[in-house]
Design a protein around this ligand. Sequence first.
Ligand code: IMP
Ligand code: MG
Length: 187
Amino acid sequence: MESSLAIPALTKDLVRVLIDADTISRRTDELARQINEAYADIEGPLILVGVLKGSFIFTADLCRKLTIPHVVDFIALSSYSGAETTGNVRMLMDTRENLEGRHVLIIEDILDSGNTLDYLIRNFKSRKTLSVKTIVLLDKPERHSVPVEIDWVGFTIPDVWVVGYGLDYNERYRTLPYIAEMYPQDE
Ligand code: IMP
Ligand code: MG
């Protein structure tokens, strides 16, 4: 998973590349294959719900590798300020699709404490959905404080703050093509 890719000079807050772009792409191929198989027999399109903003790049890459009928939708939530979890999830923007009677796949960037996904899975299940499953690109098992059932995980990572490929630190570094580890920050 390690790479010798140089971190650009402007990103001096970053320690190293944790997962390079090729590795992310190959893993996304595998995940898309598994999702195509899992939903091969459903009626109607699969509703993909990307959790903004962190999952927008993963959602875009994953959906372009799906061969099953699907609809792309997004939801915006907020629970973080800087690198501090508040445990208090707020819905900033709901889905455009009506989720009742649909198969829903939540696409999230990272499973950290589990607060966000716990909230979202409960919320979606209460909408008379046919099924609610979850895919996360990254999982930080050491940080879980709420048990959450995840159906697909891209990569398991240690308890470090990561940025890139959609993930940010106060809106910075979201569009790096790889996932990098940040130096611990004191604020
Ligand atoms: P949870 O609710 O604690 O599981 O947090 C999930 C959210 O926290 C994710 O959707 C991310 O937006 C954010 N998050 C957690 N860890 C990181 C990280 O290492 N880098 C960037 N964002 C993170
Ligand atoms: Mg975030």
